[in-house]
Write a protein that binds this ligand. Sequence first.
Ligand code: SF4
Ligand code: SF4
Length: 267
Amino acid sequence: MGNLPILKDLVVDMNPFWSKIRAMKPWVEPGYEEYPEGGEYRYSQEQMNPIHKEALCIMCGCCVSECNSMEADPEFLGPAALAKGFRFVGDPRDTEKIERLELYNSEHGIWDCTRCYFCNERCPKGVDPRDAIAKLGAESVKEGIDRDLGAKHAKWFVRSAMTTGWLRETELVPKTQGLVEAMKQTKFAISLARRGKVPIPFPPHVAKNVREARALRDLVRTQGRDGALGHVQGERALARIEHTEEGGAQRDAPAVTPGEKPPVAEG
Ligand code: SF4
Ligand code: SF4
């Protein structure tokens, strides 16, 4: 296992792994003291689907072993812990979404991921931890938790696409870091400009079909797919839920790829 202290041949210290999982507060905070009459609160499979993939995690640590960001910063919360975090942020029973998002937005949190996607590639259960981190980012921005430079950077991409249909690169640094910090980088900016790498921002270059970008944003909003719901859940993971005639659902039914015929039962 990479990114964990080696104790001896083939044995690593898993304490850093578990301490990050614990830091996520990995339990549901239901926000009630008393059970309702009848003894239980009931939730439908559809309500639980948004966290189906994240709930498949078996805590094997393969994603942590491959994480580039953890290699550079061992304090980074990492893909397994953050996927666990989304499992609770997206849980309809939990009442501490904002507190959780504040926690996961702290130093060494979601915005330190480099988006290398190695964790998605390595995960044996299809959890796609990088996607879970993206969902946490989207939920944070939706809830106005956007103090981190990473959040500001992401917001500028959207704003830029909305207004011109392009990424306005020259304005990216001041919009992300603020004018004062941007001015400290003037020397670097001049050397880039000399090499023709700083497009002149005015007048802004507007794409011919910029209306399509705006229409897409409006569609996402009217469909209520801003935030985590804008991220498509893996079809393979969802296909593992087998809905029964009784209205219940069976977890981990054999995976069927949409478009393929399901296996025919013998006999
Ligand atoms: S995508 Fe992010 S969390 Fe996943 S391995 Fe890369 S840096 Fe780590
Ligand atoms: S590789 Fe997948 S199953 Fe293993 S800890 Fe990471 S997210 Fe969980």
